[in-house]
Design a protein. Structure first.
Length: 221
């Protein structure tokens, strides 16, 4: 099977899974926030995948690889997936039973936040040819210090944290927000272990850490 077929299959499978996790608990397809989320989530993902197919097929292969070399990182990644899916189910149940309701301006702000998160991740992907879903040091890898990497050492984690904050708000659910709340902290745990590995195994990374002081949030951490 070619890369195009694998990427299309993974995309459609993830889309179907997300649809079921949201709309089955909701008990209806009349869930505007759910549809809005699917559009904002999967349309940029589609265009990003098509862009990688044309410009950087190797990076797309790396992004599709989900196998973590470290058992501890495998557990963190699994827990992130469980909490994310739980949040989607809770949002669907919240829609069905009407437990909470968010103001329109907050949902629109969440949509803007999600698009900003995508923008940060896209910028990181454009300048870092070694970016992958798994925590590892690859052969020939070098420390990247251009683009968003001039501001923080882990812009992909920064963008993903913003994304996690935006999703439950966009889905109109305070209940789901509490399921998503631990996700940025799990990302920080993952980040710290990755940074230790990069410091020990990636040439030039210690010097890069001296030049760029902040890991995730400029001026704070």
């Amino acid at each position: 099977m070619g890369l195009e077929q694998k990427a299309a299959g993974a995309y459609l499978l993830l889309l179907a899974e997300t649809f079921l996790l949201l709309f089955l608990p909701a008990g209806t397809v009349n869930y505007p926030e759910g549809w809005f989320f699917l559009i904002l989530f999967y349309l940029p993902l589609l265009f990003g995948g098509l862009w990688l197919l044309r410009r950087d097929r190797e990076l797309l292969k790396k992004r599709m690889n989900r196998r973590e070399p470290s058992p501890r990182q495998e557990k963190i990644a699994a827990l992130i997936g469980i909490l994310f899916n739980t949040g989607l189910v809770l949002a669907g149940l919240d829609q069905r039973f009407g437990w909470t309701k968010l103001p329109v301006f907050l949902k629109l702000s969440a949509a803007c936040l999600m698009l900003s998160a995508y923008g940060i991740c896209l910028l990181a992907a454009r300048v870092n040819p070694f970016l992958s879903r798994t925590v590892e040091v690859r052969e020939g890898q070098t420390a990247v210090d251009t683009g968003p990497y001039r501001i923080v050492r882990h812009p992909m984690y920064a963008g993903t944290s913003l994304f996690f904050a935006a999703v439950p708000l966009l889905l109109d659910s305070w209940i789901a927000f509490f399921a998503f709340l631990p996700l940025p902290f799990l990302l920080c745990r993952r980040l710290l272990e990755e940074e230790k590995m990069l410091e020990e195994g990636l040439a030039g990374y210690r010097e890069y850490m001296k030049r760029v002081k902040y890991r995730l949030i400029p001026g704070i951490w």
